[in-house]
Design a protein around this ligand. Sequence first.
Ligand SMILES: Cc1cc2nc3c(=O)[nH]c(=O)nc-3n(C[C@H](O)[C@H](O)[C@H](O)COP(=O)(O)OP(=O)(O)OC[C@H]3O[C@@H](n4cnc5c(N)ncnc54)[C@H](O)[C@@H]3O)c2cc1C
Ligand code: SF4
Ligand code: SF4
Ligand code: SF4
Length: 1015
Amino acid sequence: MSDIMRPISFANLIEWSLNEYKAQGSVFGLDKSKFYVNRSGSRFVTPFGDRIASVVGPAAGPHSQLAQNIIVSYLAGARFVELKTVQKMDGEEIRQAVAKPCINAEDECYNCEWSTELTVQEAFDEYIKAWIAIKVLAVEFGLSDGNDFAFNMSLGYDLDGIKLPKMDAFIEGLKDASQLALFTESIQFLKNHQNLFDKVDQAVIDAISPQICQQATLSTLHGCPPDEIERIAHYLLTEKKLHTFVKCNPTMLGYDFVRRTLDDLGYDYIAFPDKHFLADLQYEDAVGIFARMLAVAGKEKLAFGVKLSNTCPVDVKRGEVPSEEMYMSGRSLMPLTINLALKLSRAFGGELPVSFAGGADAFNLKDLLEAGIGPVTVATTLLKPGGYMRLNQMARETESLLGKGGRIDVAKLEKLAEDTMADPRVQKRWREKVASRKTGSELPLYDCYKAPCKDGGCPIEQQIPEYNTLVASGDYHEAMRVIAIDNPCPTITGVLCAQPCREKCTRLDYDSSLHMRDIKLMAADQAQDEYISKMAASPLKTDKKVCVIGAGPAGLAAAYYLRRNGVEVDVFEKRAASHGIVRYAIPSFRISEEQIDRDYKLVEAAGVNFHFNANPQFDPDELKKSYDYLILATGAWEQGRPPVEEESSRVLDALDFLIGVKEEGSRDLGKRVAVVGAGDVAMDAARLAKRMPGNPEVTIVYRRTEMYAPASQDEFDAAMEEGIGWLELLAPVRYDGSKLVCERQRLGDFDESGRRASLGTGEFETLEFDTVIGATGARVDKKLFTKIGMKTDRYGDPHLSFTMESSIDGLYVIGDCRKGPSTVVAAMGDAKKAALDILSREGLDHDFVHARVPVDEAVILERRGELREGKQAPEEGQRCLICDQVCRICTEVCPNRANVALAIPGFANSEQIVHIDGMCNECGNCATFCPHAGKPYKDKLTVFWSGEDFSDSDNTACLQLVEGRYRIRDDRGRVFDVPQSELAAKAGAQMAAVITAVTKDFTWLLNNEHDCNEH
Ligand SMILES: Cc1cc2nc3c(=O)[nH]c(=O)nc-3n(C[C@H](O)[C@H](O)[C@H](O)COP(=O)(O)OP(=O)(O)OC[C@H]3O[C@@H](n4cnc5c(N)ncnc54)[C@H](O)[C@@H]3O)c2cc1C
Ligand code: SF4
Ligand code: SF4
Ligand code: SF4
């Protein structure tokens, strides 16, 4: 089965590490520039007396399961490794119990796995191999003398299990491995292969201690009785003579506290019953146990402490993982864990050592350390793009703070707990309501790198990484040129673009998406006027003519794209000026006339003919006599659905109100104004209402909660900052000119829109307002379509092709009039499709060329794995990860290093991704973060180490048979054996190129004890 991990032998681990390092300057995909060296020599002294060179390391979990994971952790900066939990249930039995994919780290993380998927013996072997390998690799790579780290064994879950012979052998073997075959054989291998190393000599090998681990963390299952926990801790301290941490569950905080905390932070959708809160160790019992264990440990001259905390058990509600219950970690766990730490630290006056695992990352690690907490282990942050590289920043940035752990500074911890609750980064809304960053594109077998901001995020495929780089380097003129390739509204989009690109930005999974529009506006402010002054209309390349109806963003964009490419275009606009809604409805406090005019001049300079104040009663048949193509871009200007059943003269339509104020000036709305709806238009209407005479009190009334409000986060925040009131879970039903009666709502399950349904409760509330503004969405005048004779669907929307062409040949429908109110950039995206179609029908080339702005790979790598606060433009561009030049996300986020990026000549991308089946347990993490729709562990060319695993999979794949022969499954699913000489002919040139490179240049990928020379 392909979810079974095949451990790598010690010899192969060493050879793989050294060979890859020599050939690629990396080890298991971690570039040597991300290797961590504590040059200051500072040390963190753990409660157990270990002197370690950083305070951080992987938590017992996916990053400490296999030897290569632990090695990579160390190289990146981990110096405290909590080994993945072992328990009596192991191997096949646990694999059967854990459904895959078992991890979903899209935002806060969920998993449905518990302890190692290996057998206890296999796990033990992994830990021994990792221990010895780190000892020599640390020296060989000049990182340390190999004595600056510690292993911590994690044991579960009951005393009888822990006493089983296999578990006891595990414990005793880690305490002293000197007599064990694997240890002695591995040492012997090193002695026999000293020639492999430059810096590792006999003395280094002789100094490798067989005493691997004298400390344990007790992991308890939910429902474990308190006396059992005490018995195990007592046993570990007194009989096994191990320093002991007991891992506590956040359930110790009590159901009400956890529920309230998660609700307050916006995680109200996380569902859990109180059963674990009732059955798990209770706080009062815990305090008693810990006090007694501290005394026992004192007598034994050992240390005792707590590990805070375990993951939080919650219900699977939206198929997050294939299970009924799952375990929550990450940023939503942080506020719980820190409060548990505070509660226990207060109870013990700071004398109870606390090791932390609950949503730590590079942003909060320093604070934890300063409060006396440590060591700190992490999992969720390592599952995100950047992966293990994130350890480097954490280690580096806390190097100067290392000191003795064990004594908690309660006052500092109090402050930290308070700050954490107020930290916007732990609030759900920090992610700006974005769930998945994945786009809809199929994952290609080769050349998969892409910038999802541009390719999948931006409807006009704006060349975002390129202009980010140019603006960051101060080259505004070139940035402007690059922006204008795809965008006829650089200033408008720079001011108010809805930025769908930000929803796909890789940085969202680091810290926060880039602010693309600020960067763009900087380029436009600096260089658009000059750019326009140098523009000249392109020569006409055809005698065909296009007529555009409507000079909003959609019509203007279509005209600009076509005219620039040599097609004559006439735009007929019924109003006196351009840009539709943007000029006539969007309030001037958001965008000025001058800014709109600047974009008008850009389109005008391209040579488009404008006819303002045109007769709105156009006749398509008449127009067809003079024009070859007709583009309808008339927008959505009809009043929306009224917000309440009973109408009143004091009920206004938001669009009417916005347009009215622009055309006729301020109007009196009274003292109290309600705006019904929570989209961007509602925010604008509310902010404008606030500016009306008498500075009225303005309140937005919404039937769901803020989390599900359709407004973009920026617009919502801007409204709140201006003092707009917010009332949620209220659905207006009646208004008599002063009293607005609303039905109280509650949130139901998630509906198809991905939001929780709002359900009436039958309870009503009456609010007093002088004016009610309905912002429930403007509508399109759909009569137009039938009048013209277009085919429409049952909603009256026109039937359109992918290129926006209607059922009438040569007649296109674009922008808001296509399907209702949308955004400026979406309107321009429609225009681009229509323009490209017309150009292609006329056999004309287009000039949407890719502007190459290559960035040094070292610079990109330097940014990877580093969390950074957002900055102002132009520096903000320096946070860009240039994802289309280097992606590698699947290689970074794989805990097991099962995806590799190989430099293979002859392809468009600098690297190709190959999946190594034997290292993968199908946790699914690479699928969560790959920006394409696909799953790297399923869709990428896969190298197999055994015929059995090859047969059990349907991946496009290669298995090396005897030297020079391969078993292939090609991308059409055909399986065949071929000699090297026929590889290209039978498997295709690209597959042959990758397989040949693997077998010639990256041989360690095949160099496994499971290799198939016998097949
Ligand atoms: C209050 C408000 C705030 C918004 N804020 C944002 C925002 O921050 N960011 C964002 O991206 N989007 C925003 N939008 C949406 C955005 O403005 C629209 O999606 C965009 O303007 C649509 O462009 P369009 O060209 O399709 O339509 P429109 O802008 O509506 O332009 C249509 C044009 O066609 C003309 N026209 C109509 N009928 C005829 C006819 N028969 N003959 C000739 N001309 C005709 C109209 O006069 C108009 O000029 C907002 C919308 C509103 C209402
Ligand atoms: S990091 Fe840069 S290239 Fe990557 S998605 Fe974000 S803006 Fe685009
Ligand atoms: S390749 Fe993907 S599914 Fe497999 S272990 Fe790595 S992250 Fe998990
Ligand atoms: S995550 Fe991996 S498979 Fe997906 S695009 Fe990036 S490199 Fe390619």
